[in-house]
Ligand binder design. Structure first.
Ligand SMILES: [Zn+2]
Length: 352
């Protein structure tokens, strides 16, 4: 990871440049209507008391809660991609099915940051994140169900096929969440997502490059969006994604601050590149600079730092990957990784 960390800075720059280019050059979605979805009943999140982990049970599933977690970054989901960061519905479906078949279970960004990783023993957490609140992420059909070929529609489709795949994701939105302008409809959309266990959180009000703004303007961008989210029924955001992955000149402004009498404080700030994050129980975990992996194939600049590369890499290095002990109250690791855990973050540790 040390070697890989060196590419992160440059990869982040590439992502920022691609993002800026996409914003400047691309036309907005034309909003053509999508194929109507059949009404489906979303499956609930897993419930019931999880079993207590023991050194024996942890060893049996090769639990490693000090391991790496992929946080995957998606932008628009379009039948015809217009930028390299766009994915088609078929590409998203294929990637989610790959994750499901490999034993990944989605958690939200808020759950990662709060260390609420409640997934079955032997499963690996993955965080699915969708930036910019595009209409292709969430839209309802005439029956009040998520439309086919939207991100939420595809997540449910995959969850129906793979029952262990928990249908959840994080949506980091701006001033017109999911392309909706009407307040009442914005409220309906947010309510539906929250009621079904999704996270909707702050991605600034108008998506500026925060590096180019004064500190005061950075806080204004964040507070305006917090106020909007509150108006439409979302709780105070505990996570924040930097537009273009670009950090303010004073990085702490992205995690806490105040504008016009309103304060904000996030538990986690997410970048836009370019490797899996270390476990939130690890000493090395950096909650205010959490890396993400762009969903993409292995061509060009994605040869080394997009999702196909990293999911292949994690398949080839299973011992590096976060594997759950199935017990959210304990942190299980092979004995030799004990010292990589943060004593403040990992309170009840099981080694084997
Ligand atoms: Zn963005």
């Amino acid at each position: 990871m040390r070697k890989l960390a060196r590419i992160t800075a440059i990869a982040n720059v590439v992502v920022v440049v691609i993002g800026l280019a996409a914003l400047v050059l691309l036309p907005r979605d034309d909003g053509r209507s999508q194929v109507e979805a059949k009404p489906r009943t979303p499956s609930p999140a897993p419930s019931g008391a999880p079993p207590k982990a023991t050194p024996e049970s942890a060893k049996k599933v090769k639990a490693n809660e000090a391991g790496l977690v992929p946080v995957i970054m998606y932008h628009r989901i379009l039948p015809k991609r217009r930028a390299s960061i766009d994915r088609t519905p078929a590409q998203l479906r294929k990637e989610l099915e790959r994750l499901a078949k490999s034993g990944y279970v989605p958690i939200t960004a808020a759950e990662l940051v709060a260390r609420k990783i409640d997934i079955p023993a032997g499963a690996h957490p993955v965080v699915l994140t969708f930036d910019d609140g595009h209409p292709s992420h969430f839209a309802m059909d005439g029956n009040g169900m998520p439309k086919n070929d939207t991100a939420v529609g595809i997540i449910y489709e995959v969850a129906a096929k793979y029952p262990n795949f928990r249908p959840t994701a994080t949506f980091w939105v701006n001033r017109d969440p999911f392309g909706i302008r009407d307040r009442k409809r914005q409220r309906q959309a947010v309510k539906w997502l929250l009621d079904h266990g999704f996270e909707v959180a702050n991605h600034t009000y108008s998506h500026p490059d925060l590096r180019r703004l004064s500190g005061k303007r950075v806080s204004e961008q964040i507070v305006r969006q917090e106020r909007l989210l509150k108006k439409i029924g979302a709780p105070a955001s505990t996570t924040f994604a930097l537009p273009y992955g670009s950090r303010p000149r004073k990085p702490s402004r992205a995690r806490e601050g105040k504008w016009d009498g309103t304060k904000y404080h996030f538990g986690g700030v997410f970048l836009a590149g370019a490797e899996p994050t270390v476990s939130p129980y690890a000493k090395r975990f950096a909650p205010y600079a959490i890396p993400r992996i762009q969903s993409n194939g292995k061509r060009g600049e994605c040869r080394r730092w997009c999702s196909t590369y990293w999911l292949d890499w994690l398949d080839k290095h299973p011992r590096e990957r976060y594997t759950s002990d199935g017990d959210p109250t304990s942190v299980s690791v092979p004995r030799k990784l004990r010292s990589t855990l943060s004593p403040a973050r990992a309170k009840s540790v099981i080694t084997y």
